[in-house]
Design a protein around this ligand. Structure first.
Ligand code: FES
Length: 398
């Protein structure tokens, strides 16, 4: 502060003419291309806008889930995969019939696997999920796909998170903990991980053998399977609540990471206060947010209906229909209007658009807008439901 006080602010006014002179007297020669700089090449390798990939293996896990292995598409000139932090996801761009869409899938392989040219994603069929069904029925060895670079912040952060993590998973939410467990075992991450994995019955457990193998001989990893619809020796029974978490958490301070379906989130929101841990130690991965308006208690059912959607993009206007039951992003995609999107959970801001007119419902738990955006009429269509005729200005897809 004392240093700042000695500054003469008037000195700054002389900076601009000095700089202008320097620019004028600089030689005419062109600056090198951006990729001539090592730092730029590194940044592009770590954060590519898109990655052309090829399916190199498909493993059937059960009647509703497959594990896809993806490699760089060398024919398309891609030599390496972007590195990532365990817990991040890839957003895949798909054209299904006349609909353009994107879907985020957590990378379930480890960061070290990426260095060896391999990502893995787990795709599980979800009820009325036309994208998961499309992928399960159509992706096979040799299929070419396009993804984003790795995204998301559901990752372990030693400055924020406790040294011990209780991971709570449901369904394909196990992907994130599989990646974290692999990273712990390989030494990329340094913390203890106990995974409480909820499934209906033993046959619904995904990656069971792989998880057991990871835990064997590694005292930092423990896997506990919890069955809700079956009682069996060697398994916990019921739902994952505060008592079960306390049973496995031990006495040291711990973080809770949750990744699973919305019903699991709703249940845990009521249980977590009983743990008496600080809120910063509780993390929810938002891929569990429901895309159906009626799943939210605050949704005004009297406004249910089908409305007119007017979309302005890059100076062109198109009209379509939108139903209050689905997000505006779904309406755009179902009508074949390409719209940018990544997380589809209201968080990343990639789909940020301007609401020019119309009433909407934005669930509180998925309202990731900045305060100023909310005040100036910007919305995230992936987390917004129409409650009347809507006029929306969307950014073009790059
Ligand atoms: S796609 Fe991330 S906020 Fe909409």
């Amino acid at each position: 502060m004392s240093g700042l006080r000695k500054l003469n602010m008037m000195d700054f006014t002389t900076l601009i003419p000095v700089r202008e002179k320097k620019i004028e007297s600089s030689p005419e020669e062109k600056l090198p291309e951006l990729n001539a700089y090592k730092a730029n090449r590194l940044a592009a390798a770590l954060h590519p806008k898109s990655q052309k990939l090829i399916v190199s293996d498909v493993q059937i896990l059960n009647d509703s889930a497959k594990l896809f292995t993806l490699c760089p598409d060398k024919e398309a000139g891609i030599e390496q995969l972007a590195y990532f932090s365990a817990g991040q996801y890839l957003s895949f761009t798909l054209k299904i019939g006349s609909a353009y869409t994107t879907r985020p899938y957590t990378i379930c392989s480890s960061p070290k696997d990426a260095l060896n040219g391999k990502y893995q994603i787990l795709v599980k069929k979800v009820s009325d999920g036309f994208v998961s069904e499309y992928i399960l029925n159509n992706w096979e060895k040799g299929t070419k796909v396009v993804s984003s670079g790795p995204l998301g912040n559901f990752t372990y952060e030693p400055l924020r998170d406790a040294k011990s993590v209780i991971g709570i998973a449901g369904g394909s939410g196990i992907s994130v903990f599989y990646s974290l467990a692999k990273a712990v075992k390989e030494g990329t991450e340094d913390f203890s991980l106990t995974v409480l994995y909820g499934s209906k019955t033993e046959k619904d457990i995904l990656l069971k053998n792989e998880l057991e193998e990871l835990a064997s001989g590694c005292e930092k990893i423990k896997i506990v399977n919890v069955l809700s619809d079956e009682k069996k020796d060697g398994f916990e029974n019921g739902f994952i609540g505060a008592d079960l978490i306390k049973k496995y958490a031990g006495t040291d301070s711990y973080s809770v990471f949750v990744c699973g379906p919305k019903a699991m989130y709703d249940f845990l929101e009521k249980e977590i206060p009983d743990l008496n841990i600080r809120r910063k130690f509780v993390r929810f991965e938002l891929s569990g947010i429901s895309k159906h308006a009626k799943d939210y208690k605050a949704f005004p059912c009297e406004k249910e209906g089908t409305y007119k959607l007017t979309v302005i993009c890059a100076g062109k206007t198109v009209t379509a229909e939108c139903a209050s039951e689905y997000t505006l992003l779904s309406a755009l995609e179902r009508n074949g209007i390409p719209a940018p999107a990544r997380c589809r959970s209201g968080i990343c801001g990639w789909c940020r658009s301007r609401l020019l007119s119309g009433e909407v419902f934005i669930p509180e738990e998925s309202d990731g807008r900045r305060l100023a955006d909310a005040q100036f009429g910007y919305i995230h269509p992936c987390a917004t439901f129409p409650l009347g005729d809507i006029t929306l200005e969307i950014p073009p897809v790059n």
